[in-house]
Ligand binder design. Structure first.
Ligand SMILES: Cc1ncc(COP(=O)(O)O)c(C=O)c1O
Length: 317
């Protein structure tokens, strides 16, 4: 949503934004020269964070670039790609652009796919798949690349990543745009076996991640305390908002993430009804969940505006 007059609950972004240390680092960053094409400093920091080697990390222009890169590198026309749904739509879009035959599956089960995409924690439901189940799947399908999109991992305290088991056929994607508040700068990373990371590296556009994005991301990764404490506050904002929606007789579906689902009562869908109040929520029809919207909590005063608008609509229905 780009309209400044619309209150946007549709994007899953940490409302507290980046740490002051990130703003300082960005201010001092040199951007009149080419960025480091290998994002060496950031890759080392990320490797340290996860206890792996830097050659297992590839920094990308957002997780979006990495999803595209996975498909361009590993998917050929006619290959099967399985997607654990309902979920984020970019896996299907990117895979189809490479000629894949896509199949949406409702749970983890071994099949003959070239690539399996799963989103954990899932967008839009916020559900978390236990890491052990993903590891078991990857072991059962050694010829399939199992891609776990953990874009929202830092939005869920105590989340168990599948980075740690270091499986030969599994790739983890992470975003630094959401919990770290860097959406406009675009930065994410992939973690996987060195040969898979090297194949992705060969396919990518050079200098794809700007100097400012690299610098901001490195500062954000160093200031993990800011991310952890603001995510915890964000979850607190979610709990308050959800309690108020329950108070209006609604049934929000809350899982592990700050964002949650709100099923429509009868009548016009919520995204249409709330648009009349200058409020944007995410219609989930494109995820395969018609009649449901996704709400990402903001600060208290904004959440109060949402609740007031919902109250008006509930009273009118
Ligand atoms: C599940 C999931 N993966 C990846 C992305 C893209 O993230 P990025 O901003 O890092 O490109 C999104 C963005 O909404 C997402 O929901």
């Amino acid at each position: 949503v780009t309209d400044p007059y619309v209150l946007d609950f549709s994007a899953n972004l940490n409302p507290f934004g980046p740490a002051p240390s990130v703003l300082r680092a960005v201010h001092e960053c040199r951007w009149d020269v080419y960025p480091d094409p290998d994002a060496t400093v950031l890759s080392r920091l990320l490797a340290e964070r996860h206890g792996i080697e830097a050659r297992q990390v590839l920094v990308g222009n957002g997780c979006s670039e990495l999803i595209d890169l996975v498909c361009r590198t590993f998917v050929r026309s006619g290959d099967r790609v399985s997607i654990v749904g309902p979920t984020y739509g970019e896996y299907v879009r990117s895979a189809r652009l490479c000629g894949a035959v896509c199949r949406t599956i409702s749970g983890l089960r071994p099949d003959d796919a070239r690539v399996v995409f799963l989103c954990n924690p899932n967008n839009p439901t916020g559900a978390v798949i236990p890491g052990a189940e993903i590891v078991a799947l990857a072991r059962a399908v050694p010829d399939t690349l199992v891609v776990a999109d953990e874009a929202y991992a830092d939005c869920v305290p105590g989340f168990t990543s599948v980075i740690t088991p270091g499986l030969p056929n599994s790739l983890v994607l992470r975003s630094l745009t959401k919990a770290h508040g860097l959406a406009g700068l675009r930065v994410g990373y992939a973690v996987g076996p060195p040969d898979v990371i090297e194949a992705l590296r060969r396919t990518r556009v050079p200098w794809g991640v700007s100097a400012v994005a690299q610098t901001a991301a490195a500062a954000a990764v160093r200031d993990d305390a800011h991310t952890r404490s603001t995510v915890s506050d964000w979850l607190g904002l979610r709990d308050e908002l959800v309690a108020r929606l329950h108070g209006l007789g609604l049934s929000p579906a809350v899982a592990a993430t700050p964002f949650f689902l709100l099923p429509n009562p009868t009548g016009d869908p919520w995204h249409v009804r709330l648009a009349r109040h200058g409020i944007a929520v995410r219609d989930c029809s494109s995820f395969g969940l018609p009649g449901v919207v996704r709400v990402s909590p903001r600060f208290g005063a904004d959440n109060a505006r949402l609740v007031a608008a919902v109250r008006v609509e509930v009273e009118q229905s």
